[in-house]
Design a protein. Structure first.
Length: 151
C-alpha cells in the first residue's frame, strides 16, 4: 500500500510544476462531451450563479476546481466524505494529475493518499480512461475563472 501511495504522490509531484499555470493537456471540447457523464452528480456554476453546465447536486460544483483544496467548497459543506476532507487537510489541492488519478478510482486513490486502508469515497463513478479524464480536466479549466499568471 505504501508503494502505491509513493507512486501516486511521485507522479503528482513530478507533474505538478507542469500544471502550475493551469495548463491542461486534454481536449476541452472532447471533455465537454465526456462531462455529460458527470452531470448526474456535478454541475458547473460560476460565481455569479450562471449555470455553465447544469447538473445534479449530489456532488460539488466543479467551477474553479483548479487549485482548490479537496473538500473545501463551502456551498457543498457537510456533504463531503470524511476521507476527502482529510485529504484536503493533508494538502490535496486539485491539479490535472490528482484529478485524473482520483477519477480513475476515488476510493483507491484516497486510501493511497491517506495511507489508510479504511478510507472511503462517496463518488462511485469511475472515469478509467486517462485521456477522457484529461479532457474533462481541460474542459473544467477552460470554463473556470482565468488562472492568473504568477510573476
Amino acid at each position: 500500500m505504501k508503494q502505491l501511495k509513493l507512486a501516486v504522490l511521485g507522479l503528482a509531484l513530478a507533474a505538478g510544476p507542469a500544471f502550475a499555470d493551469g495548463h491542461a493537456t486534454g481536449d476541452a471540447a472532447a471533455g465537454e462531451a465526456v462531462f455529460k457523464k458527470c452531470k448526474s452528480c456535478h454541475s458547473v456554476v460560476d460565481a455569479d450563479g450562471e449555470a455553465i453546465a447544469k447538473g445534479g447536486r449530489s456532488g460539488p460544483n466543479l467551477y474553479g476546481i483548479f487549485g482548490r483544496v479537496a473538500g473545501s467548497d463551502e456551498d457543498f459543506g457537510k456533504k463531503y466524505g470524511k476521507s476527502l476532507k482529510a485529504a484536503g487537510e493533508a494538502g490535496l489541492a486539485w491539479n490535472e494529475a490528482e484529478f485524473v488519478a482520483f477519477t480513475a478510482d476515488s476510493k483507491k486513490y484516497l486510501r493511497a493518499y491517506l495511507d489508510d486502508k479504511k478510507a472511503k469515497s462517496k463518488m462511485s463513478f469511475r472515469l478509467k480512461d486517462e485521456q477522457a479524464a484529461k479532457d474533462v480536466w481541460a474542459y473544467l479549466v477552460s470554463v473556470g475563472p482565468a488562472v492568473e499568471a504568477s510573476n
